[in-house]
Design a protein around this ligand. Sequence first.
Ligand code: FRU
Length: 321
Amino acid sequence: MKRRELLKLAGLTAALLTTTAMLAGGAHAQDKKWKIGFSQVTTIEPWRAQFNKDILAEAAKHPELELIITDGEDKTEKQVADVENLIRQEVDALLVSPKESAGLTGVVQQAIDAKIPVFVLDRNVETNDYTQFVGGDNKLIGRAAGEYAVELLGGKGKAAGNVVEIWGGMGTQPAHDRHDGFHEFTDKEPGIKYLLDQQSGDWKQDQAYNIMATALRNNEKIDLVYGHNDPMAYGAYLAAKDVGREKDIKFIGIDGLPNEGVQLVANGELTATFTYVTPGAEGLRQAIKFLNGEKVEKTITLPTQKITKENAAQILKDNGL
Ligand code: FRU
């Protein structure tokens, strides 16, 4: 690899942290066969950073494409403007991982109307006219979390305890599916009580910390926390630790990144997490397949895995950590 290209790659890594990244590879942009736009909702959360890494690693295998990544800075208005901009740039395909369903639907429809194939990743929009959806099965993950929570609280028919659930973004399908799946199991247990009424930490560690700090002040007994993602489960853990109550509580999260959730489970900070594979690599592979004239399925569902102290160390090892 030429030094110039190496520098470009180094620049790319840096660009992950800024608002826009462009994969130019070896040839000049005008020599590229495909221009693909990816509208990412934010880059500050660990799972989003991994998502961008995954899509960039996949793009690096395809010198025939130019990939433009935008950063919605976790704001609907910014992400809408990003997608409008990608439409104006006449991208050959649009990948979008929305901040929330309703707010992004109009602009995704605009792209579809402009005959741009649209690949919706991770969080959905309120139209089915897109080319493909790629993401995890959040209902299934919620069910697995609920089943495990019941086990941790004493087992089927006998489970008892006070549960704090911290929601992800209310305007997103993953949060609702993670809630619904969990409750399919826990609601069958009369001994389980829910201490909060639909409190959202918007996927953020600091917001979850605050929700949990209040819950701890108001409740002498908390047995289990279900955070809709690992940053929030960990934020709740930190709040409990700050008042010396973390040992009394089980913490369940979702995402299972090796260098985040899996590490937290291995450390004994989280009790369990469930992997939520990023759709970065698969989403881009599918878009390329489609652009090359192949048929793609309407929905691609990514797998999940339960991670507890039984398998966390092995997973870390497998990932070279
Ligand atoms: C990152 C994130 C993940 C979560 C996903 C749900 O923005 O909050 O932690 O699993 O989005 O859409």
